[in-house]
Write a protein that binds this ligand. Structure first.
Ligand code: ZN
Length: 198
């Protein structure tokens, strides 16, 4: 039995300039963490996740604890200030809200662009919990790109959290779990080089 860990990296508030996004704070990070924990609990509860029997989601800046099958999701302000900007690899979709870059020798980069969401219509009027839910689901979506490549999850992911455009009230669908449960144990080397710096 083994544990799958999702490492969330805050590149916005971890060093300074915490106030640059008014709604980005410890409470928001906690809501995102809790929601992702619930999502991954549902994935590991599927028998096809074995030998992975439990999941944990944590905020961290330490690359040392990233296991071979773990995932890392960076939270940055926007694409221009993102880790993805520093990686020479094929671009992916979602330039405003998030991105996963594959095929770089340094490892896979998954990233959520927090202020990038402000370019999405209606985002600003969402409540705090709805914003957190959208970020959590965006992170799960990037985890799907990360683990399921080369599958195009937008067309083959079954909708739900695999949908190309997400809403805060979207949820896991059976196909999402079908795909992710057996993938949790598959090694997917992550780019951990930016965990300790902006
Ligand atoms: Zn996508």
């Amino acid at each position: 039995m083994s544990v799958f860990t999702l490492h969330l990296v805050d590149r916005i508030g971890s060093v300074s300039r915490t106030s640059e996004i008014a709604f980005w704070n410890a409470a928001m990070r906690s809501m995102i963490q809790n929601e992702l924990q619930q999502l991954f609990n549902r994935v590991v509860n599927d028998p096809r996740a074995r030998p992975v029997s439990s999941a944990r989601v944590l905020w961290t800046n330490h690359s040392g604890g990233v296991g071979p099958a773990d995932l890392v999701v960076y939270f940055s302000t926007d694409r221009a200030h993102g880790v993805t900007q520093r990686v020479a690899a094929q671009a992916a979709q979602h330039s405003h809200t998030g991105q996963t870059l594959l095929g770089d020798s340094a490892g896979i980069v998954s990233e959520v662009y927090v202020s990038g969401h402000l370019q999405v219509g209606g985002f600003d009027s969402l409540g705090t919990r709805q914003k957190a839910s959208l970020f959590a689901k965006g992170a799960f979506h990037e985890c799907m790109h990360n683990k399921l490549y080369p599958l195009n999850i937008h067309t083959g992911g079954g909708g739900g959290l695999a949908s190309a455009t997400l809403s805060y009230d979207f949820g896991l669908v059976a196909r999402n779990i079908d795909l992710m449960a057996p993938a949790l144990q598959v090694a997917a080397p992550q780019n951990t080089a930016h965990m300790g710096r902006r």
